[in-house]
Design a protein around this ligand. Structure first.
Ligand SMILES: [Zn+2]
Length: 323
């Protein structure tokens, strides 16, 4: 039954996107002027871990690549990027490790693997690791598990005294946490639309386009350095959560509780266009005045997420003795 539902709902999804874009901007704004040890210099160390997790080795890089940002900004005009200086004397600051490597899980290490019998349906193993769907009473995929995995790896590294890999694994954990705050990473669409997509191919296509389009919207705000969005992140007060499972629950609920609003507002502005194709940053720029409500919901998600993420990062760094 579970597989049947999955086939019906997800069978229309040819390609899946894997979360908010602009992870580097989001993480930079979260940590740079917030962490008490943000500027502490960390000695780059070689990778020396025995992991059970499988990766696509063609894309997994284990050397340090601070100072070599892979820029993927979709805006046609000016784009905001965090600074990315080259290491000096083999050392890089904490903020830079967290910023640079929070993009890493989207660079191919989770692609092309055999992770789940369901992955052929959604087209790629990366989706398995970066999402966590709730459909009716069923849960699919491993976004939360990816987060727990890298929190544990980070802990192991810090316990060994390997600060560089402690921060690099933590950056990957932050990536998966960020992904889980995205509404369409927690469900294909609103409850009734998801049900309709069982039998209505056009609806399934519309939901898929909405997912891609909303990914692009945060990129539009962050790479465009929208002042209200930036403020929503940098001014977020840390919210502490005692258990990681509870943290994941809160982050995922943030996504799930906002799916109705996001979906309704995207459709209100773009109507038929969403059924035809994925929206681009040019579409957002053209309708900037009609998007105030969508922007406020998005800032609401991202600022509450920032509070939760900051609470987590602070308590984690205390636990491993870094601050
Ligand atoms: Zn991702």
């Amino acid at each position: 039954m579970k597989q049947l539902i999955t086939l019906l709902v997800l069978g229309f999804y040819c390609v899946i996107t894997f979360g908010w874009s602009a992870h580097e901007v989001l993480t930079y704004l979260l940590v740079k002027d917030f962490l008490p040890n943000s500027d502490k210099l960390i000695q780059i160390t070689p990778y020396n871990y025995d992991e059970k997790r499988v990766y696509n080795k063609d894309f997994l890089r284990l050397d340090d690549y601070c100072g070599e940002f892979i820029k993927s900004c979709p805006l046609s005009n000016a784009c905001y990027y965090p600074p990315d200086p080259k290491p000096i004397d083999g050392k890089v600051p904490v903020w830079q490790i967290l910023t640079v490597y929070s993009v890493e899980p989207d660079l191919g290490m989770d692609e092309g693997l055999q992770l789940s019998p369901l992955q052929n349906i959604i087209g790629n193993s990366q989706g398995v690791r970066h999402m966590k769907y709730n459909i009716a009473i069923f849960e699919f995929f491993e976004g939360s598990e990816s987060f727990y995995y890298f929190v544990n790896m980070s802990k192991e590294a810090f316990n060994r005294g390997d600060e560089y890999w402690g921060y690099r694994f933590l950056a990957r954990a932050i990536h998966y946490l960020e992904d889980l705050s995205m509404p369409y990473h927690n469900t294909p669409g609103t409850f009734f639309d998801t049900l309709r997509a069982f039998t209505d191919k056009e609806m399934a296509h519309l939901l898929s386009n909405s997912h891609y389009s909303y990914d692009e919207y945060l990129a539009y705000l962050l790479y465009g350095y929208d002042q209200d969005t930036v403020k929503g992140i940098v001014q977020a007060q840390p919210e502490y959560t005692r258990y990681l499972r509870r943290l994941i629950q809160k982050v995922r609920l943030l996504g799930l509780n906002n799916i109705d609003g996001v979906d309704r507002l995207l459709r209100r502005t773009y109507g038929d266009l969403l059924g035809k194709r994925v929206l681009t940053t040019a579409d957002y720029a053209a309708h900037e005045n009609d998007l105030e409500e969508l922007k406020q919901i998005t800032i609401g998600i991202i600022s509450r997420f920032s509070s939760l993420a900051r609470g987590f990062i602070l308590s984690f760094l205390k636990e491993v003795g870094q601050i």
